[in-house]
Design a protein around this ligand. Structure first.
Ligand code: NDP
Length: 394
């Protein structure tokens, strides 16, 4: 029986992970489940899966969680430190599915104990690529990609000599506004941005898909995970979201990974790796699908892609700065303080400011430095939001 911990258990990826684990109760023992504000879900899953420990990120929610689990014997804890402690507890397999920069520190705890970390939280590698890879190496930890594109690359690389890889091509659906006239983009609302043509995902990543900040994060994540040069990473619009990534080799051959747009494939692959286990996902009928389409992304519609290239070229703390500015800009968009198209402008301004003052290359940054860079970039983003409102009189 394998012990598992799910960080971000109440979210979209967390729930898909639970779906797989709950189908095979004799194979898994749940060490810890962590969540945020969705206490009812967290408590229900903890009861159902007989978790040993349950943690909410919010101190003020501890009482409600304890009340819902009264009499079960399940340990209850709350707060950021308690989530890190949950991650540090031994478990054979840990899912990292907290959203945003908050996922970094708990993920590092898993790597420090030499554990196996299934990484959905892309911000971990974007903000701290070299620190994460070096920590995994030093402690003999295993890092498995769960982002569908990275799982696809990982699968396509199996048995291949990494030195023969010429390029990787990450596909993108184009998001909610792929067919909107460009001039309408400034008026797009958060509700409109939070609908995805193919995938059912959390609100933030879905909006990031519409802006392609999600793809920008994935490019940086691919660079860090697979040790690629920026020029080796390409993005292709693929409206059907069935080919998740392609790997081009030195002999001109391209290996593509095709699968249904269901995160349980990538999660299940990481769960049973290095084996493959049967999964409850749709079997594609390619004859019925008939055609797959590919197109180059439009740089004017998706400015986030060019920003990702700047971040990859800069290295050092640029990823942490980029991610923090993006998270702050997204918060402002969700709060109705800026327009959809302002997000890329704000991130570009924060990046300009960072690169013009201290775009220094540091191979390995420690967590405290990264947390400091993250805080400052968020503050810069909020300054940019305020300057924008002052200019427009908003
Ligand atoms: P969701 O928003 O659906 O879920 C996020 C999870 O993190 C929830 O359990 C939430 O708790 C918890 N959480 C939120 N804030 C904090 C915090 N400050 N500290 C601790 N826990 C917190 O996100 P997704 O499942 O969509 O995405 C999770 C990660 O996986 C993201 O990094 C995303 O980019 C990545 N990913 C997601 C994919 C998808 O299909 N959804 C695909 C590939 C990657 P609560 O809800 O209880 O408040």
């Amino acid at each position: 029986m394998r012990s598992v911990t799910i960080l971000g258990a109440t979210g979209s990826v967390g729930q898909s992970t639970i779906d797989l684990i709950a189908r095979d109760p004799d194979a898994y023992r749940v060490e810890a489940l962590t969540g945020g504000r969705n206490i009812a879900q967290l408590a229900a899953d903890a009861r159902r899966l007989k978790a040993r420990l349950t943690v909410t990120a919010h101190e003020e929610a501890r009482e409600e969680l304890a009340a819902r689990l009264a009499g079960t014997g399940i340990e209850v804890a709350a707060g950021e430190a308690a989530i890190r402690e949950a991650a540090a507890r031994p478990a054979d397999w840990t899912m990292s599915a907290i959203v945003g920069f908050a996922g970094l520190a708990p993920g590092l705890e898993v790597l420090r104990r030499g554990g196996t970390l299934a990484l959905a939280n892309k911000e971990t590698l974007v903000a701290a690529g070299s620190l994460v890879m070096e920590t995994a190496r030093r402690h003999g930890a295993t890092l498995l990609p769960v982002d569908s594109e990275h799982s696809a690359i990982f699968q396509a690389l199996r048995g291949e000599d990494p030195s023969s890889v010429e390029r990787v091509i990450i596909t993108a659906s184009g998001g909610a506004f792929r067919d909107w006239p460009l001039e309408r983009l400034p008026e797009a609302s958060p509700e409109q941005a939070a609908t995805h043509p193919n995938w059912a995902m959390g609100q933030r990543i879905t909006i990031d898909s519409a802006s392609m900040f999600n793809k920008a994060l994935e490019m940086i994540e691919a660079k860090e995970f697979f040790g690629l040069a920026p020029a080796q990473i390409e993005v292709l619009i693929h409206r059907e979201s069935l080919v998740h990534a392609l790997v081009g080799h030195a002999d001109g051959g391209i290996l593509a990974h095709i699968g249904p747009p269901d995160m349980r494939h990538a999660i299940g692959y990481a769960l049973s790796w290095p084996a493959r286990a049967p999964l409850p996902v749709e079997r594609l009928d390619l004859a019925a699908i008939g055609q797959l389409s590919f197109a180059a992304p439009d740089a004017a519609r998706y400015p986030a892609l060019a920003l990702a290239h700047r971040v990859m070229e800069a290295g050092g703390a640029a990823g942490a700065v980029f991610n923090a500015a993006k998270e702050a800009a997204l918060d402002s968009f969700l709060a109705g303080n800026i327009r959809f198209t302002d997000m890329a402008e704000i991130v570009a301004r924060v990046l300009d400011r960072f690169l013009s003052t201290e775009g220094r290359q540091i191979a390995i940054l420690d967590l405290d430095t990264l947390i400091e860079e993250d805080r400052r970039a968020r503050a810069w983003a909020m300054e940019a939001v305020a300057e924008g409102s002052a200019r427009t009189g908003g």
